[in-house]
Design a protein around this ligand. Sequence first.
Ligand SMILES: *Cc1c(COP(=O)(O)O)cnc(C)c1O
Length: 369
Amino acid sequence: MKLQRTFAEIDLSALAHNLKVVTRKTGNKDILAVVKANAYGHGAVEISKSLIQKGVSYLGVAFSGEAIALREAGIKTPILVFFDRDHIDECFKHDLTPVVFDFKTAKKLSREAVKRKRKIAIHVKADTGMGRMGFTLNKAQKEIEKIARLDNVELEGLMSHFSDADLQDKIFADKQLARFLLLKSGLKRSKIVFKYYHIANSAAVLSMPDAHLNMVRPGIMLYGYGDDGLKPVLSLKSKILLLKKVPSGAPISYGRTFVTKRKSVIATIPIGYADGYNRRLSNLGEALINGKRAPVAGRVCMDTIMVDVTDIPGVDEDSEVVLIGRQGKEKITAADIADKIGTIPYEVLTSIGQRINRVYNLRNSSSHE
Ligand SMILES: *Cc1c(COP(=O)(O)O)cnc(C)c1O
């Protein structure tokens, strides 16, 4: 594939470092690596392969389509599908593990498993306070007991999800954990035991050791966000498309929201909101060029931005442009961008579009997607 001027550089050594942090924090718990949404924008196939090679035993995705893409890329590791329901056939055909949060789906899976003369492993989800998927606590025990009586269904995992484990104040997260453990022991009394118990997302991996149980489900921390000891995996880089000298009073971009106040040098960079460079970064974002910060001038367009490089000496059309990442002593993280536009690094990373090539680097070797 032809490499575009704008590309995302994925540092697999940083990924390995972040995975080591998970291992160091959790001891030797099983790790279910969350690679939904194209591995948070980093490229699900390459990231999954790299993580599996380093000891990850389970993958997690949102929808079965994402899991099938991994299977088609030759990945044999178990995959948990969080948010799907009408994917009974796919679960059997591609050997996927569904998260089950209603009895009807459990029954369908059982019926299909019996028909195919095989078993199906499932994880059941309890809602301990997230208010999203899962059996509500007053019903969870009874519903899961009903599922346990279904033929050919193997209860492999019991799981739940935190709503605010990232807060300093753990009062509610602790409550969720206590509820989960109560359900776990209630089911145990009914002789229902699971191979895996898991509730810990990245925030809980980092700050709630009691929540690690025997499996953890980190996502964002693998990609380098959530703690200072982690290394951002993704850099977003480009090259100047056109460098232009303009007089004072020159309007730049749609709506003429930026007008030069002096003789200026304006660089056009081939990335826009269609690539995930958020339009709210108009007159607000920055790019690193020659180790200095160049402000976005005017509105972000669909495919381009203009940056003001008047104060940066020695810029030419071969100068490297960094939109996320380090250059010299300067750096811009997805968290910096998120703060500017009132969102979270998750959204900044997962918004990076399909037109952006992902380039994978591991020390000296590199490969292009
Ligand atoms: C996305 C997701 C995770 C990972 O959360 P992070 O905050 O990125 O660690 C874990 N479990 C479930 C069910 C999820 O949807």
